[in-house]
Design a protein around this ligand. Structure first.
Ligand code: HEM
Length: 143
């Protein structure tokens, strides 16, 4: 059973990397997209990039991270540990942010984005901060 656990954990980390790659890149695209006039060729290209990134990478990677992560919690009994409670809270925030990004992609697709470039620049940093916290909690398990 130990080796199955380690295989699932490896797959969990791979899924996490794919999810985070998308979560770090997508708000960067929003920052550039703000500079493109609605209806322009550039804006249409950003729409395709955002939709593909979300559907082909971010959404499936998030589902895989959750499914594999929940299996690990069940198998290891981590649901009793303090570090896991803190990690889980940060993961919920990350998942909420994912939901917000889905809305942003829809708004850009319909040419009705009203959020400022400055807001996207700030939001762009949030996944990084969450990821640092989550990885430290999962690896160091400080409490
Ligand atoms: C979606 C919900 C998630 C759940 C339920 C979950 C749960 C878990 C569990 C139970 C472990 C096993 C810990 C161990 O065996 O020591 C683990 C490992 C790990 N998780 Fe998650 N996780 C989730 C999301 C994430 C996210 C979003 C990240 C990073 C941004 C992450 C990063 C890691 C890392 C790096 C490990 C390996 C830790 C180690 O072996 O030292 N997880 N996860």
């Amino acid at each position: 059973m130990a080796s199955l656990y380690l295989w699932i954990k490896a797959l969990h980390v791979i899924a996490v990397i794919a999810w985070m790659a998308g979560m770090l890149y997508l708000p960067r695209l929003f920052v550039y997209h703000c500079e493109a006039a609605p209806g322009s060729k550039q804006s249409e290209t950003f729409k395709v990039m955002e939709r593909r990134l979300l559907r082909a990478i971010i959404n499936p990677a998030m589902v895989a991270t959750w499914v594999l992560g929940l299996w690990l919690v069940w198998e290891s009994g981590a649901y009793r540990a303090g570090w896991f409670h803190a990690k889980f809270a940060l993961v919920l925030v990350l998942s909420g942010l994912h939901g917000f990004f889905v809305r942003c992609v829809r708004d850009f697709a319909a040419d009705r984005n009203r959020r400022t470039q400055k807001l996207y620049r700030i939001i762009n940093e949030v996944p990084t901060v969450l990821m640092i916290g989550i990885v430290i909690l999962a690896v160091v398990k400080p409490f």
